[in-house]
Design a protein around this ligand. Structure first.
Ligand SMILES: [Zn+2]
Length: 379
């Protein structure tokens, strides 16, 4: 599991001097025929070969070779359990980081002066940590769902004492009393769950809360939820309290995707409005790149699948769009082609402590009309 702390380590890693680091994303999903019988190793080899062919000086090739050997040594004994293997390696400075992700990502290899974190950040950004409570009138279960994996936390809620059958003299009165007794217990149970949830939210660090289970219990829990938890609640679903982990995961993911898309639409909407008013926002490639060069971007938005070529200053790393000046405006250095300018833009924003959000579907279509890319600015 990639943790928040992992990401901080990766974000802050810079190869020393003009050193290189190898970034690898390898599809190892064993449900795909092509990856069986260690087919992923063939894909890895051809990827590394392609990277090698782009290296021109002997020193860089030598550095690359050290990393390739390291990767081969690791992969030889590696047994895939999830969908994607991530490796970041800087052999010269003894930096190595490897993890498996339960999410599918395309094969990618980069040998560059910085870690290629874009795909990883995109995945982490798309997946928040969800707390899911499954409740009925007598039971409650707690799950966390993160990066496509569900985990149950057993025994975190107390049980409601079972309602016992009584054979009273006057059955009707007894049953009414029983019903009141039962209702009282149900309410007590729901309140207990709500109360306990506050502590569990801190303990398991949910970004969002989802409530599922029996219709009535779900609605009762919503009513007694403390304000701080109400703000985290993004959806409810109906399932029997004894549902399987798979069922809980499926219902959670439906809510997750819808919430993420709605959030992206709101973001693009406010970006376009702010840019129109000239209120610390820009849209379009040229203005966005300029804002990045000036270090003003705090949140970069780009449409999924948007790509553009450009130029980068070979001295100071400033970025330029196709329509460029003769030499760098900041230092007078010469400009060299930068295929996939967006990756570089993302890296720059992230390394300056900014955020990056890839938007999809309707949000992407709306952003496309405003120039495919844009940013909220610090000033
Ligand atoms: Zn320059």
């Amino acid at each position: 599991m990639v943790t928040y702390e992992d990401l901080q380590v990766l974000k802050s890693y810079q190869p020393q001097g003009d050193g290189y680091v190898l970034s690898l994303y390898l599809d190892v999903d064993q449900s795909k025929a092509i990856n069986l019988n260690r087919g992923f190793e063939r894909a890895l080899n051809s990827m590394l070969k392609a990277v090698e062919q782009e290296l021109h000086d002997a020193r860089t090739q030598q550095e690359f070779e050290l990393n390739r050997e390291r990767v081969h040594r690791f992969v030889k004994n590696y047994i895939p359990r999830k969908k994607t293997l991530l490796i970041f390696s800087d052999a010269t400075h003894d930096f190595w980081w490897e993890q498996e992700l339960p999410i599918a990502l395309p094969n990618l290899a980069r040998f560059d002066h910085a870690l290629f974190l874009r795909p990883l950040i995109t995945v982490l950004d798309e997946h928040e940590r969800y707390g899911v409570v499954l409740i009925d009138q007598g039971r409650a279960r707690l799950f966390t769902v993160y990066l496509g994996e569900v985990q149950e936390h057993e025994g975190v809620f107390e049980e409601v004492p079972p309602v016992t059958q009584t054979a009273g003299r006057d059955r009707i009165i007894a049953q009414k009393r029983l019903q009141r007794h039962h209702d009282g217990h149900v309410l007590w149970h729901v309140k207990q769950v709500a109360e306990r949830l506050k502590e569990l939210t801190d303990l398991y660090r949910f970004d969002r809360l989802i409530i599922g289970g029996g219709r009535q219990a779900v609605s009762e829990l919503q009513h007694v939820l403390p304000k701080s938890l109400h703000r985290l609640l993004i959806g409810t679903f109906s399932l029997p309290v004894q549902a399987s982990h798979q069922e809980v995961l499926r219902e959670t993911q439906k809510i997750e995707v819808a919430a993420e898309r709605a959030n992206e639409e709101k973001l693009v909407e406010s970006l376009v409005t702010a840019a129109y008013k000239g209120d610390r926002a820009v849209t379009g490639l040229a203005d966005t790149i300029q804002a990045i060069n000036e270090g003003r971007v705090w949140k970069l938005l780009y449409g999924k699948d948007f790509s553009a070529n450009g130029y980068v200053c070979s001295q100071c790393s400033m970025l330029y769009v196709e329509n460029r000046p003769e030499r760098c405006l900041y230092c007078g250095g010469s400009l060299s082609p930068a295929p996939n300018l967006i990756n570089r833009a993302i890296e720059r924003v992230i390394s300056a402590g900014g955020q990056v959000e890839e938007v999809n579907d309707r949000a992407a279509a709306q952003l496309a009309r405003a120039g495919y890319i844009g940013a909220f600015l610090r000033y």
